[in-house]
Structure formats: structure tokens, C-alpha cells
Write a protein that binds this ligand. Structure first.
Ligand SMILES: *Cc1c(COP(=O)(O)O)cnc(C)c1O
Length: 370
């Protein structure tokens, strides 16, 4: 495929020497788990995300599970999540033993709709997970109002939204706990799995610290029950070197997204992503909505442009989460799933490449109609 959806080699290529040297230095250090690279990376990430504390964990999914555990979410509790998201958002809730309760999304932003959240709240609601979908922050002010007056925890699933902003605040600083993923294709990707929890409360920080390390505050003394979920030194070493380029890569994504919206925004057949005033979208994915995303995806594939269906079905209609649900329950999520198609905006794309992609979309849509 000429234009890939993600291009890690293209993006990281010029850092290769530095990355290999960083790995070699970890090999020689003899320190592999929770050593100096992880510690330094945690501080850098806390500063970057305007949060007081950051803890490296094994994945974004673990970050969500640990965040829920930090609020003692378990059997009998309900956690409100959007149906139009990556499976881990609801999966983490079920894995923690609680029940995911879906609340539909806003048709403009595709993020969870606060009025739907309000309707979904019951006496069992223990937390709300706000997903900053595709890199655009969810409406945190409204969600904060709804949750704080009722003592409900507000968790940010910021896996796709590192460096996104809303009202001058960064993703990772707007909920009680925020969760990041360093899965390789995320905007800041490791060379394996990795994740992070961010928080500003010292109590939550302490609790998350023992949750990720066997429940032990002092070595081999188990005051609590925890698990083993840690970021390792190799991944932290990679991530710290890549972090030096993240702002530049994010601007490249934004530039590419802006160029695509500029070229496609006038097409009646295309609904381009929005960036509401006061928000900074970081375009983990640039997802348009069209009547026939599979048809357009195939045509673009023939023209050398890779695309992806994020996400082809809403979670409430998947076997894992469909108990008591049927088609029609969350119509906005269902419509989004039927129409979404992600186009490449990764940082290694040149503006000429973006022009080619836009042109390919235009001609595929015109031919499609004929
Ligand atoms: C990637 C992702 C996760 C899970 O992260 P992993 O590191 O893959 O476990 C959770 N939520 C969202 C929205 C994601 O995109």
C-alpha cells in the first residue's frame, strides 16, 4: 500500500540510532523493571499531561482496570461507558467484575453525550469512563458536574488523546484518574505493550502504586491484594526518546488532518471530523463518515490508500456485551459504526501525499455514484 494508515518505520526511522543506543544502555544497566528510565519517564509524563503523578503499567487496558480498582469498583457496581469505542473501555469494566452501562454519543463529536450519561446514572453507578475518541477530548466540564455532585468517579480513557487539550487543560489532567496506552500505533507508541495511569490525588497515587505491584507497600509485606502490571525499562527507554518528538509529530498529524478537511470538507458525501472551539484534537485517527465506508475503503485500497473501520460495530451489539441489548438501543453509535472510515494522517505523510489521498477520495466517491 502506498499510503499506510500507520507508518512506524517512516516516523521513527530517523531516531533508530538513538533508540538502539537506549536499549543497549538498558541491557548494560542490569535494571529491567521499575528502574531509572521508568521513574524519569513517569515524571516527564506527569509534567507533560499537567498531572501530579504518573505510574507506568503494562498496557492501556491494565491502566483502566487499575483505575477502576483504585475506586473499589467491583461486582454489583455500574460504570458508564460509550458504546462507540475500542473494546477495552467496556472490557476493563467487566474484567473488574462490574457492569458496563452504555450511554450514547454526540453525533457531532462522537464522544459520550452528557445528557445520555445523566439518564444512565443509577444508585449503583460508581464511575464514568470518558473516552477522548480518536484524539478529541470528551466534554469534561459537563461530565465533572454530573459526577462530582453524586460522588461518582470520573476516569479519562486518554489512550488516543495524549497532548489533546480542552479549555487549556491537557488530556490526563481532567478526570480523577486518566489512562494512557503506549500500544505501538498510538500517538506515543512503545515497541511492545505499555500504559500509564495519571492522577493528582496522593491517596490515589499511593493506591495505584501498590495495585500495580502485588499489593505490597513494603517489599514482601502484603497489606493489600494487587497484581503485577508494570511498564518495563526497555519500553520506557524507547518512549522517552520518542517523547522528544511527540509535539512535532502531533503538529504533523494536525496539519495533515487540516489539509484533508480543507480538501474534503465541501463534499456533500463526506462528514469530516470536527474540532470544537477551545479543543485541541490530536487525530490519533482521522475518521470521516460516509454512506458506504466499505465501498469507499475498497476503492481507496485499489488506489494505494490504506483505510480502517474504527469501529465497525458498537459494543452493545457485540456478543461480549450484548446482554439485554438490541439494535436501536444507541442509534447515534450505531450510525457512527455504519459510516466511519479512517484515512491516513500519520506524521510521516507529506502534504503531497495528503493531497493524493484527498484526490483519491474525491475520485472514488464520484465514480462510486456514477
Ligand atoms: C488502545 C486503547 C485502549 C487499550 O490500550 P492497550 O494498551 O491496547 O491495552 C483502551 N481504550 C482505547 C480508547 C484505546 O484506543
Amino acid at each position: 500500500m502506498k499510503h499506510k494508515l500507520f507508518d512506524l518505520r517512516g516516523q521513527d526511522g530517523e531516531l533508530e540510532g538513538e533508540l538502539v543506543a537506549a536499549l543497549a544502555s538498558v541491557v548494560r544497566s542490569g535494571s529491567f523493571v521499575l528502574g531509572p528510565e521508568v521513574k524519569a519517564f513517569e515524571q516527564e509524563m506527569a509534567d507533560l499531561c499537567q498531572s501530579r503523578f504518573a505510574l507506568g503499567v503494562a498496557s492501556g487496558t491494565d491502566a483502566l482496570v487499575l483505575a477502576l480498582k483504585a475506586f473499589d469498583v467491583g461486582p454489583g457496581d455500574e460504570v458508564i461507558v460509550p458504546p462507540f469505542t475500542f473494546g477495552a473501555t467496556a472490557g476493563a469494566v467487566a474484567w473488574a467484575g462490574a457492569t458496563p452501562v452504555f450511554a450514547d454519543i454526540d453525533p457531532e463529536t462522537l464522544n459520550i453525550d452528557p445528557s445520555a450519561v445523566e439518564t444512565a446514572i443509577t444508585s449503583r453507578t460508581k464511575a464514568v469512563i470518558a473516552v477522548h475518541l480518536f484524539g478529541l477530548p470528551a466534554p469534561m466540564d459537563r461530565l465533572r458536574e454530573l459526577t462530582s455532585e453524586r460522588g461518582i468517579a470520573l476516569i479519562e480513557d486518554a489512550a488516543q488523546a495524549i497532548l489533546a487539550e480542552q479549555g487549556g487543560r491537557r488530556a490526563g489532567s481532567m478526570g480523577d484518574i486518566a489512562c494512557l496506552s503506549f500500544y505501538p500505533t498510538k500517538n506515543l507508541g512503545a515497541y511492545g505493550d505499555g500504559g500509564m495511569v495519571l492522577c493528582s490525588s496522593p491517596d490515589l497515587h499511593e493506591k495505584l502504586g501498590w495495585l500495580r505491584a502485588h499489593g505490597s507497600v513494603r517489599r514482601y509485606i502484603y497489606d493489600h491484594v494487587g497484581t503485577n502490571s508494570r511498564l518495563d525499562e526497555m519500553q520506557a527507554a524507547i518512549l522517552r526518546r520518542k517523547l522528544t518528538r511527540l509535539e512535532e509529530w502531533t503538529e504533523a498529524r494536525r496539519r495533515n488532518a487540516g489539509a484533508l478537511t480543507g480538501s474534503l470538507g465541501d463534499l456533500e458525501e463526506v462528514r469530516a471530523p470536527v474540532e470544537p472551539p477551545g479543543s485541541r484534537h490530536v487525530y490519533h485517527l482521522y475518521t470521516i463518515r460516509v454512506a458506504d465506508p466499505d465501498g469507499l475503503g475498497e476503492a481507496l485500497g485499489r488506489a494505494g490508500v490504506a483505510t480502517g473501520r474504527y469501529y465497525p460495530a458498537p459494543l452493545h451489539l457485540m456478543p461480549a456485551f450484548s446482554d439485554n441489548h438490541e439494535e436501536g438501543d444507541f442509534p447515534v453509535s450505531e450510525a457512527a459504526a455504519r459510516s466511519c472510515l479512517a484515512l491516513p494522517v500519520h506524521p510521516a505523510l507529506t502534504l503531497e501525499a495528503v493531497d493524493e489521498i484527498a484526490l483519491a477520495v474525491r475520485s472514488a466517491l464520484t465514480r462510486h455514484e456514477a
